[in-house]
Design a protein around this ligand. Structure first.
Ligand code: HEM
Length: 241
């Protein structure tokens, strides 16, 4: 019995009754939400938990993309693709979490919104970190194409030979697509809750969210499909391929 106590007693420094709580700093983490008696509306707990969880996941996703950037700069395509894949897996839950907020009714949301000040997703540290690493990843990818001396369309034509670079290209496309999907679901959420013809807490019209959906991180990766299809549609295409 005494031996068992020894085994379970916390040995890590910090606050918390167990090493689990100390390592993860759950006391601090779980104190980051308002106390139930201070909530403007009972739904505010969900609103807080969804936003904070999304920030954590987007932070993790941007961290992995920074690592992928380093691997890519060193021409380690396998590890770059592996970490971009992981990062994408971390962007998917925030997309799912948006749907939870669709269960808040428009009227109840306005009770919560009254306490947000100028708080807006435009200042989301997680999303901004993803927007910051995105173009830099694209640049280092193009640098690698230049170093090999090959065009993007050639990577797609000869994908078996250039498996590593092709894999990175496809994972970057996945990332770009997920960012667009996040924006699409977020736009629908905003339209459902506050409407499509109003302004946000920072004064941005919801229509602007619609325009932002048109922004691509890696336009060339989408365009390469057009080039391939155009080439395939040429009359002598079968002879070329
Ligand atoms: C009730 C739920 C929500 C509503 C009504 C809403 C509404 C809005 C509005 C109106 C904007 C435009 C800027 C402004 O505020 O003036 C915006 C921007 C933004 N929001 Fe939300 N939002 C909600 C939930 C979320 C959640 C859960 C996230 C996840 C972190 C999020 C992330 C963002 C981001 C990243 C932007 C900037 C969008 C971009 O750059 O395309 N929002 N939101």
């Amino acid at each position: 019995m005494a031996k068992r106590d020894e085994d379970t007693k916390p040995i890590l420094p910090g606050k918390g009754a167990s090493d689990y709580e100390r390592y993860l700093r759950t006391d601090e983490l779980l104190a980051l939400q308002k106390l139930p008696e201070n909530l403007s509306h009972k739904d505010e707990m969900t609103f807080l938990v969804v936003h904070q969880s999304s920030e954590l996941l987007m932070k993790g996703a941007a961290f992995e993309l920074e690592r992928a950037h380093e691997f890519l700069a060193n021409s380690d395509f396998g590890n770059a693709a592996r970490l971009i894949r992981r990062s994408i897996s971390m962007i998917e839950p925030p997309i799912e979490l948006l749907h939870i907020l669709e269960t808040i009714t428009p009227c109840d949301y306005h009770v919560i919104r009254a306490g947000l000040g100028h708080g807006s997703g435009l200042d989301s540290p997680g999303f901004l970190a993803l927007l910051h690493i995105g173009p830099r990843l694209g640049k280092v990818f193009r640098d690698q194409l230049d170093a090999v001396g090959i065009t993007l369309v050639e990577i797609y034509r000869r994908h078996e030979q250039f498996f590593g670079l092709h894999d990175v290209a496809e994972r970057l496309l996945d990332f770009d697509e997920r960012m667009q999907i996040f924006r699409f679901h977020h736009l629908k959420l905003a339209e459902r809750i506050i409407g499509g013809r109003v302004v946000g807490t920072m004064g941005t019209p919801v229509e602007v969210l619609q325009q932002r959906m048109e922004s691509w991180l890696y336009k060339d990766l989408w365009d390469v499909r057009n080039q391939i299809t155009a080439a395939a549609n040429e009359p002598d295409a079968s002879r070329k391929n």
